[in-house]
Write a protein that binds this ligand. Structure first.
Ligand SMILES: Cc1ncc(COP(=O)(O)O)c(C=O)c1O
Length: 403
């Protein structure tokens, strides 16, 4: 059978995961120091508590949770989420539980976009979302970042440009806290100004929030969702993933937003997944009822903080002056800008030979809009000693370009 001739156009246009391929290409290099992945440290997984609760749930509630479940997600779990975030005024139909944030982002895009519809997206941004937007044929317009988050003047020019083309953006996708891949956090003033602008222009905001709880220092900032609710606006959908809190294998996230949009996303879930994993939902409900979640998050932050500090110190110690980087107060990523003449895609192979890897920054831009003199470093997976050694090697490779 010639399957190639049977594949849909969308499937044929879908690229393979470049990041997965890059990571795979270095898999067999012994003693490689990898700053490439976006994996949380397995040391942060609450294995003991979860294994006990999984056993309890199946034994005591198996009749219920091994059955088909609700497409909108378990009401008991949603109640716990609302309590956790201080949103006791929210009801069941204000939120949806999804199989990870990726799944929620897909339902959101599917619910809103026709092929060719314009959206705004931070650049760089999370590749998993960019490919979901590309898969539904979005016309992606980039907005670059500075230290305070996405640049509003660029967004305004983008909106004006679209008007000239007779178009209107449906939504803007943003990761305000410890952005993947840049590590930047949007300032409070920028958040408020973004909300006002989007409200005035009728643009929905998709707030992807997997990292805000992973803050090791500084002040927690209110989410766009919270600010929008306080301002009486209903333009934000926030998705919170538990991948970096409990473990990505659990595939759990939840989305809050306007009831009408939530209902459409539930319809997509009904068709695509039937429901989230009911056992996992009830396990997390019990985990939260036992008061384990917040102390666990405190432990993760305490665990990661020295890794971030070590990487920032090593960058300061070893990098040439012509290299700059972001200094996040949490999350799991740091972003580097290299001198213009260095192409981080090409440098990747040199770095692999020197047994250090990273993700070239170009992989975090939509097709055709890439920047090449940049890269992403992950600090949550290597040991402190590896961080020092790996950054030293990387700095030597960068210096070999005569910068
Ligand atoms: C910004 C961002 N959004 C979404 C995800 C994916 O989350 P999930 O594992 O819940 O699908 C990630 C994972 O790295 C991420 O960094």
């Amino acid at each position: 059978m010639k399957y190639k001739e049977y594949f849909s156009e969308t499937t044929l246009n879908m690229g393979s995961s470049m990041i997965r391929e890059l990571v795979a290409s270095t898999k067999n290099i012994p003693d490689l120091i990898s700053f490439a992945g976006g994996f949380p440290s397995p040391k942060t997984f609450p294995k003991q508590e979860l294994s006990q609760i999984y056993a309890e749930v199946v034994a005591e509630e198996g009749t219920d949770v091994l059955q088909y479940g609700q497409s909108e997600g378990d009401s008991l779990l949603k109640k716990e989420f609302f309590r956790w975030e201080g949103y006791e005024d929210l009801n069941d139909d204000d939120a949806l539980i999804t199989v990870g944030a990726t799944n929620g982002i897909y339902y959101f895009s599917r619910s809103l976009l026709n092929p060719g519809d314009a959206i705004f997206c931070e650049a760089p941004s999370f590749l998993g979302s960019i490919v979901a937007f590309e898969a539904v044929g979005a016309d992606i317009r980039c907005v670059s970042l500075d230290d305070e988050g996405l640049k509003l003047d660029e967004l305004k020019s983008g909106i004006e440009q679209l008007k000239k083309e007779g178009k209107q953006a449906k939504f803007i996708y943003t990761i305000p806290d410890f952005q993947n891949p840049a590590g930047t956090t949007m300032s409070l003033e920028r958040r408020k100004a973004l909300l006002q602008l989007c409200a005035a222009e009728g643009i929905v905001i998709l707030e992807d929030n997997p990292y805000s709880k992973l803050r090791f220092s500084g002040e927690h900032l209110p989410s766009l969702y919270r600010l929008s609710k306080e301002a009486g606006l209903d333009i934000v959908m926030e998705i919170i993933s538990f991948s970096k809190i409990l473990g990505p294998g659990m595939r759990l996230a939840y989305a809050k937003g306007h009831k009408e949009l939530i209902a459409k996303m539930v319809s997509w879930q009904q068709k695509v997944n039937v429901s989230p994993d009911c056992v996992t939902e009830r396990v997390v409900t019990r985990y939260m009822q036992k008061g384990l979640l917040n102390p666990h998050i405190d432990n993760i932050c305490e665990y990661y903080s020295p890794y971030l500090q070590s990487m920032l110190e090593a960058l300061e110690r070893y990098m040439p002056k012509s290299v700059t980087w972001t200094s996040p107060e949490g999350g799991i990523f740091i972003w580097l800008w290299l001198p213009e003449k260095i192409n981080a895609d090409e440098m990747f192979h040199k770095a692999s030979q020197a047994k250090v890897s990273y993700i070239p920054g170009s992989k975090f831009y939509p097709k055709g809009q890439e920047k090449f003199n940049c890269l992403r470093l992950n600090f949550s997976f290597s040991s402190l000693e590896q961080i020092d050694r790996g950054i030293k090697s990387l700095a030597e490779i960068i210096r070999s370009y005569g910068v």
